[in-house]
Design a protein around this ligand. Structure first.
Ligand code: B12
Ligand code: SF4
Ligand code: SF4
Length: 399
């Protein structure tokens, strides 16, 4: 068993490598999490994220010891990122702009975190002697919240994210599994109390019960992970979110004070640089994004997590945000998008045009839709165009 002095040295090394928090647990998740995961998957809340429901991966999540032979301890770390530099009301009212979730304002954290974890693991080889170890960030079948909670790093809030008393939830998680036996830290207590602010604010009511997020409804899933045509009833609830969503975190009382603490920490340490927000992702202009071609998209988001949606996914989200803006000046931007090379963009542009139609522009929109319908070969885009034409017909009597 590793003694307390060495344990403190591990934590000091973690801080030196750019992690704000570091705690240790045994490789076990408790029954509450096992049952929570099973219920979630049985209810199909993983949506199209099939890897979340695969039996082998389910077993691995429930039994962390299956991830590394003879694993004895899990070192969980947190890497902070800058909280949104705007209030929720301000973001909602910025209808000409899109909102990108704060973790995605800088470089892709997966790359940054992995490098730092590997550097920390190399230090552990020296500190603890040679042991088997594996590093994990996000994509592995690991129940990161459950391990974070049992290590005392933070508790799982009702929005399902891990919260620390001082840093709130503005951080990302990573782990080192090791065969070294390190004394576990004390588990965290839950401090949500009677609060329900996150459940109340969620635009799509995706937090279907405390601690349970139905991904099928979550804007983060819809805008980042889902690559298809977004269900109609959800589009109008998505506001101007174009990549991820922070609403449930922005209202959390534990994040009000945390924003200042995180920013102060980052001022003190230059190691936060790679995740530092880039100006262009701060409430970007929707019209400029809709004009991006493949090269422009690649260049702008080369190092950013936003590349995950590909151009088609991001522009689909931009069309929805425009449709929700109530700003009919966007009609001029959306009309050319009806002939975009991506069916996903063409279809959502048609929907957005319907939403922005008014007495002055409906004839022009109807004519453009009719014209596009002649050439449209994609079955989903066709359906969107037909639906919008019918909508305009019923609303304005358009021929
Ligand atoms: C799949 C996934 C998603 C999905 C599904 C979200 C979800 N809640 O499951 C989608 C795409 C929607 C998503 C969105 C986001 N994600 Co995500 N996501 C993950 C991922 C890969 C797996 C999560 C998982 O296992 N889900 C399965 C379900 C069953 O787990 P669960 O929701 O935690 O449910 C548990 C509770 O219900 C618990 N439980 C049951 N009963 C009870 C009772 C009590 C009292 C308690 C406390 C718990 C409890 O049991 C369940 C199992 O543990 C993790 C990384 C990882 N490997 O863990 C990142 C992760 C959770 N995501 C992260 C982030 C940042 C986000 C977003 C904030 C991104 C954004 N800004 O848009 C949003 C937040 C949305 C939200 N409110 O959850 C971070 C969270 C960091 C933090 N501070 O907590 C993680 C840890 C990635 C990382 N490595 O940092 N995500
Ligand atoms: S991320 Fe947004 S949509 Fe998802 S649960 Fe939180 S508030 Fe709801
Ligand atoms: S908003 Fe309230 S209920 Fe939701 S996670 Fe924060 S403290 Fe818990």
């Amino acid at each position: 068993m590793v003694n307390d002095g060495v344990k403190e040295m591990i934590k000091a090394k973690a801080l030196a490598h750019g992690f704000a928090l570091c705690r240790i647990s045994s490789p076990v998740v408790d029954q509450k999490h096992v049952q929570g995961l099973q219920h979630w998957v049985q209810s199909d809340m993983q949506a199209d994220m099939a890897w979340m429901a695969e039996e082998v991966r389910m077993q691995r999540r429930m039994q962390p010891e299956s991830m590394l032979q003879d694993v004895r301890s899990v070192i969980t770390v947190a890497m902070t990122y800058s909280p949104p530099a705007y209030q929720l009301d301000e973001a909602n009212e910025a209808t000409e702009q899109g909102v990108i979730s704060a973790y995605a304002h800088g470089d892709d954290y997966h790359d940054v975190m992995k490098k730092r974890l590997k550097a920390l693991a190399a230090d552990l080889d020296v500190l603890l002697g040679k042991h088997d170890q594996r590093v994990f960030v996000d994509t592995a079948p690991v129940l990161e919240h459950a391990l974070a909670e049992s290590s005392g790093l933070g508790w799982q809030g009702k929005h399902s994210l891990t919260i620390h008393r001082e840093l709130g939830s503005w951080f990302l998680l990573g782990e080192i599994f090791t065969t070294a036996e390190i004394d576990a830290d004390e588990a965290a207590n839950n401090h949500c109390g009677t609060c329900s602010a996150c459940l109340d604010v969620c635009p799509t009511q995706a937090i279907v019960a405390p601690y349970v997020v139905d991904a099928r409804l979550c804007i983060s899933y819809l805008t980042i992970e889902f690559d298809g045509f977004i269900p109609h009833p959800l589009r109008s609830l998505m506001g101007n979110h174009i990549y991820g969503c922070d609403d449930c975190q922005m209202v959390c009382p534990w994040n009000q004070h945390a924003a200042k603490v995180v920013l102060r920490l980052q001022d003190l340490n230059t190691w936060c640089d790679p995740l530092t927000p880039r100006g262009e992702n701060h409430l970007p202009n929707l019209a400029s994004l809709l004009r991006l071609d493949d090269d422009g998209f690649r260049q702008l988001f080369r190092k950013s997590p936003i590349k995950r949606t590909k151009r088609a996914g991001l522009l689909r989200n931009v069309c929805i945000a425009m449709g929700n803006s109530g700003n009919d000046l966007f009609v001029d931007d959306l009309l050319p998008a009806l002939t975009d090379k991506e069916a996903l963009v063409r279809g959502h542009a048609a929907w957005a045009l319907g939403r922005l139609s008014c007495a002055e522009n409906h004839q022009c929109i109807s004519a453009a839709l009719q014209h596009q319908l002649v050439d449209e070969v994609d079955v989903n885009a066709r359906e969107e165009i037909i639906l919008t034409i019918e909508y305009l017909r019923s609303k304005y009597d358009d021929a």
